[in-house]
Design a protein around this ligand. Sequence first.
Ligand code: PLP
Length: 381
Amino acid sequence: MSKTLQTMPGYGIPLVLDKAVNVSECIRLEAGEPNYVTPKYICDAAARAMEEGYTKYTPLLGYASVREAIARDNSEKVGRRIDLSEVIVTTGATMALHNALRAVAEEGDEVLLPDPCWPAYKMQLHSLGLKAVPYLMDEKNGMMPTREGIESLITPKTSVIIVNSPSNPTGAVFDEATIRMMIDLAVQYDLYVISDEIYDFLTYDGVKALSFKRFDPDGRVIMIGGASKKYAMPGWRIGFAIAQPEIVQLMGRVMTTYGMNTCCIAQKAYEAAITGPQDFVRESVESYRDRRDTTLAICREANVPVFSPQGAFYLWIDISASGMSADRFAEVLFERHLVGVAPGPAFGASGEGKIRVSIATEKEALCRGVRWICELVNENR
Ligand code: PLP
């Protein structure tokens, strides 16, 4: 059996998730999944597509109409017209990330990734034989990395830097100066930038999530996005990458060997999602904002330190005053109150003493869960 897979780092979150799925009355604050079903106009488009015969293999890079729609949908963000040849449709952002890494890194390369970050990055790097080198999302710098923090980690073997803004798990949104600094480093040390922008639609307080691709000087930025969070479509498995055409072609080669095309019905559904009315997105963003404000207020009132997220749907809460490790805190919280949260160390070494709470949960239960968290933090103060 594969030693590589046997030694792959775990996802870190299922500890609570596994228990949580078996108990119906528990409050699920550990999962990064919208608490909505996919809007009806999208489901209707999927049903229509099946009836119209969209049931066959699709082109490896995706249907041209879907790639066109993705290109149009992202051109304003990127600040120029995007050509069809720059777009590939993938089985979720997860596969876009994998294919991008496969396309621009060689086994043994070092890849810089945020600490904390979404745990799948580390797992993908491990399975591809790439070395994960975490750079700190610095609390003292608004949860953004610093030039020194990154530059000191670069070696001749570094080939890629992964960025994720808005960030899972912190909700930090990189400002323009930080993006320019990172692009500058990428040029100086000749690195590719894989930019996971899956939460770019979800920001607060007038903050805008700027795309790294907008600042791409020469085709070294691979932008990644998807449908899971924005249109409440996590089960449909649909995402995309925007990259220079040669990279798109290489990513297409990976498709051939890892499952051919992305599901034809999901592709047509996504096309309908991005070309149809955007009321669902506006309304859900407004609802996430309301939940963010309410839960931040609960934490502040209880004197529990929490990073104020400018984007995404998570709270990164400091539970160190409880005197427990983050793993233990998550366990006790679940045992006592049936509240599931994701322990910080699942996202990186800097996550000790922190938990991630998803606010993509029904508001009343969410607030109850956050109150229990605050109570547990303050119990031993
Ligand atoms: N990227 C980030 C930062 C995420 O948080 C997630 C899911 O939690 C994904 C990618 C996965 O996206 P998809 O469902 O499109 O594969």
